[in-house]
Design a protein around this ligand. Structure first.
Ligand code: NAI
Length: 509
């Protein structure tokens, strides 16, 4: 791209740490001249060297021409004082995450650059409005939130504060595209889009762990195999580091005035206090030996000689599918109104726990096992069964052996409203729905931001559509009953769509 057609031809980068370097790299690749400034005198020069090293690696792999690396390098200019940014038409701040320091920096910058220059902050957790509040010209100040590592995470949130004008946001969006990134527009709210939408995954997984429903490696396996997440929540927290994730969880919770949906877990706080952060400290939920993650063996499939006949609850989710599956697994199926005295009774509730279902349906709890059928069996690589406190071990083992007959992985967990997948998927869809309810962004931008920023297998609304807004709503309603806790109350946005049977991408009201 030639600098004559580029939205910002001269860019200032203040703070040349991990984020500043990444942003400088893609800005130079787009053809902008980038002036690098850092209060640490060596940091700007070393940032230039590190970026050049990245480019040389690309050249070694044949991805770019060595001559291109030379041209890009001439665009990176370390500077020794803030005053040298006076000719910049965009200044990006990526310094320490402190409101007072950022405010002071922008107060100085606005007197250095031209009136037409745009000023942005890469803050991930502070209010854009608060950072820009004292500026004389807050209309040209915005949030420009990139993700780490910037060259690979190809999404940027453009955040308009209360006083930011529309042309400023439009120019920033255009420039993001010129840098090869996808811009999404977000209202200035805690966590913006990605860090807000991400609350469902880790937070709910930590609650499940805290309730002793399953151990962390089982929860990871279930979410990878049933939903298709690349990393389980505990692997993800180990990768990011709890020193980073726990403060984000706490900050969003408090900024939303203790909204129960975002309530963090004491497990995370304890681990941070103990310095057990994750990969970076060699131990997180998993231990890491020379970078290799500790492997937990799965519980073996029990050897069972006689599998009792199976009776399926008349209220089971995907009942026809369960019958088909049982047939394929060679089970003896009972079709009577009620189970025989020896039958294994199978229930498949949405949101309710197995104990409640056994009591309500007047089934013998000792022979009652639950199976999670939110996701269709053919779409998963794992089946998840749940016992209740009275389930007999021989019936549990028989169910495990039966459902593993075709070689598919099986996890047996303790009773909880909503199993693992239902809980986590419902939490993700509900929080995403509330982001739409609050008008933080469009549903389309939400889907884009989450798939690019969090690497989910699909956007949260697509996830809700895939397994049915009405089913997700049922999970939430029932979980609210099981837990008597408002954290599972459905967002009105989801309630309306779930109740009326609409796709979650259907926007009109
Ligand atoms: P970092 O610690 O790697 O780099 C910060 C740099 O800013 C350091 O080189 C430091 O010397 C310099 N600095 C500090 N105060 C300064 C000042 N007043 N003027 C000039 N330079 C100053 O931090 P990192 O990770 O690059 O984060 C920077 C910003 O980006 C923070 O606001 C952070 O919240 C945000 N952010 C970080 C992400 C991440 O994953 N690391 C993701 C998205 C946003």
């Amino acid at each position: 791209m030639s600098s004559s057609t580029i939205t910002f031809s001269q860019v200032g980068l203040v703070g040349t740490g991990a984020m500043g370097r990444g942003i400088a790299q893609i800005a130079a690749q787009a053809g902008s001249t980038v002036c690098l400034f850092d209060t640490n005198p060596d940091a700007a020069v070393s940032a230039k060297q590190q970026i050049e090293q990245q480019w040389r690696k690309l050249a070694d792999k044949g991805r770019v021409e060595p001559s291109q690396v030379e041209r890009w390098s001439t665009l990176l200019i370390p500077v020794a004082s803030l005053d040298e940014l006076s000719a910049c038409d965009l200044v990006v701040e990526a310094i320490v995450e402190r409101l007072d320091v950022k405010r002071e920096l922008f107060a100085r910058l606005e007197n250095i650059v031209a009136d037409t220059a745009v000023l942005v902050s890469n803050t991930s957790s502070l209010s854009v409005t608060a950072i820009g509040a004292a500026l004389k010209s807050a209309h040209r100040f915005a949030g420009y939130h990139f993700f780490n590592p910037v060259p690979l995470m190809k999404v940027v949130e453009v955040i308009g504060g209360l006083k930011t004008d529309a042309p400023t946001c439009a120019r920033l969006a255009a420039y993001a595209r010129e840098m090869g990134h996808t811009p999404v527009s977000a209202k200035d709210t805690p966590g913006f889009i990605v860090n807000h939408a991400g609350r469902g995954y880790n937070t709910e997984a930590l609650r499940i762990l805290g309730e002793g429903v399953a151990d962390f490696s089982t929860i990871d396996r279930i979410l990878r195999d049933q939903v298709g997440f690349r990393l389980g929540p505990f692997e993800l927290m180990d990768l990011t580091g709890l020193d980073v994730s726990q403060p984000v969880m706490e900050s969003i919770y408090h900024q939303y005035y203790e909204e129960p949906r975002y309530r963090p877990s004491v497990i995370g706080a304890q681990r941070v206090a103990g310095g057990v952060f994750g990969r970076k400290t060699g131990e997180g939920f998993y231990r890491y030996d020379n970078g290799a993650q500790q492997v937990f063996e799965e519980a073996p499939v029990p050897r069972v000689d006689n599998i009792p006949p199976v009776w399926v609850s008349t209220r089971a989710a995907r009942r026809a599918e369960i019958f088909q599956l049982l047939k394929e697994l060679g089970a003896k199926i009972e079709t009577g109104q009620s189970p025989s005295a020896e039958a294994l009774t199978l229930v498949a509730p949405l949101g309710f726990d197995i104990t409640t279902v056994a009591v309500v349906e007047r089934l013998d709890p000792a022979r009652t096992i639950g199976i999670d059928m939110l996701v269709e069996d053919a779409a998963t690589k794992r089946r998840v069964l749940a016992t209740n406190p009275a389930t007999r071990a021989d019936y549990r083992d028989a169910a495990h052996a039966l459902f593993a007959r075709d070689g598919k992985a099986v996890s047996v967990i303790r009773d909880s409203g909503g199993f693992v997948t239902q809980r986590v998927v419902a939490a993700i869809v509900n929080i995403a729905s509330d982001i739409c309810q609050q008008g933080i962004c469009t549903p389309e931008d939400l889907e884009t931001a989450v798939t690019l920023g969090l690497g989910y297998p699909m956007g949260p609304l697509a996830m809700g559509n895939r397994w049915g807004p009405a089913n997700i709503l049922e999970v939430l309603f029932n979980m609210q009953t099981v837990y008597g806790d408002t954290r599972y109350r459905p967002s009105p946005w989801l309630r309306r769509r779930g109740a009326i049977g609409l796709s979650l991408m259907h926007e009109e009201e």
